[in-house]
Design a binder for this molecule. Structure first.
Ligand SMILES: C[S@@+](CC[C@H](N)C(=O)[O-])C[C@H]1O[C@@H](n2cnc3c(N)ncnc32)[C@H](O)[C@@H]1O
Length: 248
């Protein structure tokens, strides 16, 4: 992802750090970090946050954790989410301007718990998050437009490599599912093979999500990501697969 270094990125993250989870926050009680107890959902590689901001509003009866490893990219996602939830905006003179006009410049704003909404961000590598995340607690895991890592020597880094699938199956609650979207034909075919060889059940798959009418509710409830918008504008079909882990 192309990304220019953000001015005062560290300070800006600190302003909104009430929305950001540290390693020490991640525990079986992670759900209690939200003001309401709701089923948990996870997005891996949230990018600049269009999807997580959109889906968390469209399906508000869930709590969401969005993982992104590049801090300046995560910052864009956190600020987008905060602005979308009426928590203020970037101040022209630097800092974050809260809804009451207070400007935070590099100091944490203790956003009242009942205003933080249903998304928290984890800034770090997915592999680390998957190690420390509570097992059997997630109702759904999303990985949208993850890096295809086309060279076979990098296969292990693909987010649908059997090693990652194993971690997802540990995190998912009974009845939970993984939802993948991609522009990339190679990654899509690889993902289908990886799911099958790992014993997952494919619940839905399509090579053209935006015109697939097998289940119109899927198309109609689709929340478009930044990459999805870009690839669709270029005329690339969006591939998607939803799958459930093997029952052990
Ligand atoms: C191609 S972009 C897609 C962004 C967004 N999901 C979308 O669909 O527009 C992939 C994003 O995933 C992040 N990412 C890739 N591998 C990751 C990992 N192992 N852990 C956390 N984030 C990762 C990248 O930094 C990047 O922001």
């Amino acid at each position: 992802m192309r990304n220019r270094k953000k001015k005062n990125g560290g300070n800006r993250l600190e302003n909104l750090s009430a929305l950001i989870l540290n390693d020490s926050d991640i525990s079986p009680e992670t759900g209690s970090l939200f003001d309401k107890d709701r089923p948990l959902r996870l997005e891996i590689g949230c990018g600049k946050g269009d999807f997580i901001s959109g889906v968390s509003l469209r399906e508000p009866d869930y709590n969401y954790i969005a993982v992104e490893r590049i801090s300046d990219v995560a910052l864009a996602a956190v600020e987008k989410y905060a602005e979308g939830r009426g928590l203020g905006t970037l101040d022209h003179h630097g800092g974050w301007r809260g809804p009451d006009g207070t400007v935070y410049k590099g100091e944490r704003w203790e956003i009242p718990a009942d205003q933080r909404g249903n998304v928290r961000f984890y800034i770090g590598d997915a592999a680390r998050f998957l190690e420390i995340a509570p097992k059997g607690r997630f109702d759904r895991i999303y990985a949208n437009f993850s890096d295809p890592w086309p060279k076979s020597r990098h296969e292990i880094r693909r987010l649908t490599h059997p090693g990652f699938l194993k971690k997802y199956s540990e995190l998912l609650a009974p009845g939970g599912e993984l939802r993948i979207k991609t522009d990339n034909d190679g990654l899509f075919e690889y993902t289908l093979e990886s799911l099958t060889s790992s014993g997952w059940s494919v619940l839905f798959s399509t090579r053209d999500l935006h015109s697939d009418d097998t289940d119109r509710s899927i198309r109609e409830s689709n929340v478009v990501t930044e990459y999805e918008k870009r690839f669709t504008e270029q005329g690339v079909n969006i591939k998607a697969v939803f799958a459930a882990p093997p029952v052990v």
